[in-house]
Design a binder for this molecule. Structure first.
Ligand code: UDX
Length: 439
């Protein structure tokens, strides 16, 4: 059992804190945002993540997990401190380290004993070293400490499972003592043979960027292939399946769609571009992935225009607003990018999402939000499916057709069968699956 302090109660901090408490540690989660701490102490969650509420309630009641505004006291009582504060992108894609450095300063002020400081926030290469310098310089006590880079690979919507069953745990440190403490914390996962990667801080920092950039490139690649399928009559599902059966390629992250979104990929890939450019390297491949991703939003609108040629004054129903299912996160969501284009074209946008309506409305107040998907579709000139929520996979198509003003559907997530949709009487377009011959 370790005394652990988690700085930052965002998505990564909360999941990490709850899971580490569940593994038997005493975890104190702190945040500079008093409102967030109040919400958590009232037994509520500032974010939506399946299973997290139960995990938190359970561990709070067992007194292994607590939330506090007392940052100094929580640091002083802890041997291990995880930094999981926000790292927003500056305009040019550079990672803003204001909060990470602020956390390091607070740790320095409260360094009453040996501590391991574990950075989980995604930061540019070299930040670990910078944190060491800050703490060394600003610590009045001069107590010993070690800095570790331990990037997270949690996917929103399945974060708890990802934490408990990781593909790998990357531990970047030059200190055997720190490595021993961190492997002890992750020990229960090690028992199920989780591979640890022990490496330098810089390598650990780059692993995170390289992994997310690779997956982003993979998605943009299959989207480019899907666009070629649309023009040639080939079917991207079959292409992706056949590619994925090649063990060197793997079938994962080969789903064509409106492009990637979320809090990580778009930001991290820009961060990597910036990092490379600062060192005189032109990251052509990664930049191309960004370009394809941005263009893919417009490809979806062009599909819609095939069904509804003059968008001005038309009503479009958007089903799914979150950047992916099982989250209320709309950051960099393809749905929101597409809604912005539709609004510019003069459309009225009606939208439904099981959990992300409030966040979407905050981001784009012009959206008409509906708690019921059929109400959102009432009289609409077309429906667009933007998130592959389970409940959107089994829509009552007869009712949908009755509700819509015209039986048009652009399925940006390829969750329906083109042949069946045609039989049901829909004008149906999806991504990289032209029905008969090339269009
Ligand atoms: C990602 C990484 O997977 C995770 O390891 C990292 O720590 C944080 O960023 P997340 O953003 O939660 O996780 O979602 P992910 O499931 O990776 O999907 C990201 C985006 O890619 C979503 O918009 C998703 O719809 C899109 N995507 C994913 C595709 O378009 N096609 C695919 O085949 C897979």
């Amino acid at each position: 059992m370790k005394n652990i302090c988690i700085m930052g109660t965002g998505y990564v901090g909360l999941v990490t804190g709850a899971c580490l408490a569940d593994l038997g540690n005493r975890v104190r989660c702190v945040d500079i945002d008093a409102e967030k701490i109040k919400i958590l102490n009232d037994g509520k969650l500032p974010i939506y993540e399946p299973g997290l509420q139960e995990l938190i309630t359970n561990n709070v009641s067992r007194e292994r997990l607590s939330f506090s505004e007392d940052i100094s006291g929580s640091i002083r009582k802890s041997e291990v401190i995880f930094i999981s504060v926000g790292t927003p992108s500056d305009g040019d894609g550079k990672v803003n380290l204001l909060y990470v450095e602020g956390a390091a300063e607070m740790i320095a002020q409260n360094l009453n004993d040996f501590k391991v400081i574990v950075n989980k926030s995604t930061v540019s290469v070299g930040t670990g070293k910078r944190l060491m310098e800050i703490i060394e310089k600003k610590s009045p006590s001069k107590a010993e400490f070690e800095v570790v880079s331990n990037p997270e690979f949690l996917r929103e919507g399945s974060a708890i499972n990802d934490f408990m069953h990781p593909d790998r745990i990357v531990i970047g440190t030059n200190s055997e003592r720190a490595y021993g403490i961190i492997t002890e914390i992750y020990g229960p996962l090690y028992l199920i043979e989780t591979p640890f990667i022990k490496t330098s801080i810089e390598t650990a920092e780059l692993i995170k960027y390289a992994s997310n950039a690779f997956l982003s490139v993979k998605i943009s690649f299959i989207n480019e292939i899907a666009n070629i399928c649309d023009k040639t009559g080939a079917d991207v599902h079959v292409v992706a399946r056949a590619m994925g059966l090649d063990g060197r390629i793997s079938p994962k992250f080969l789903h064509a769609g409106p492009g990637f979104g979320g809090s990580c990929f778009p930001k991290d890939i820009l961060g990597l571009v910036q990092l490379a450019k600062e060192r005189g390297i032109s990251p052509v491949l990664v930049e191309a992935a960004i370009k394809v991703n941005n263009a893919q939003r417009k490809v979806m609108v062009e599909k819609l225009k095939k069904l509804v040629p003059n968008l001005g004054g038309k009503t479009i129903a958007i089903l799914g607003l979150a950047f992916k299912p099982n989250t209320d996160d709309v950051r960099e969501s393809p749905a929101l990018d597409i809604i912005k284009i539709l609004l510019e074209e003069g459309c009225t946008v009606n939208a439904y999402d099981p959990v992300a309506l409030d966040n979407a409305k905050k981001a784009i107040p012009e959206i008409n939000c509906y708690d019921n998907m059929m109400d959102a579709c009432e009289g609409a000139d077309s429906v667009m499916i933007m998130t592959e929520w389970n409940e959107l996979r089994q829509i009552d198509l007869i009712m949908l057709k009755e509700k819509l003003g015209a039986p048009n559907m652009v399925d940006c997530k390829n969750i329906y069968d083109p042949v069946k949709m045609k039989e049901e009487g829909f004008n149906y377009l999806s991504v990289g699956r032209p029905l008969l011959e090339a269009d």
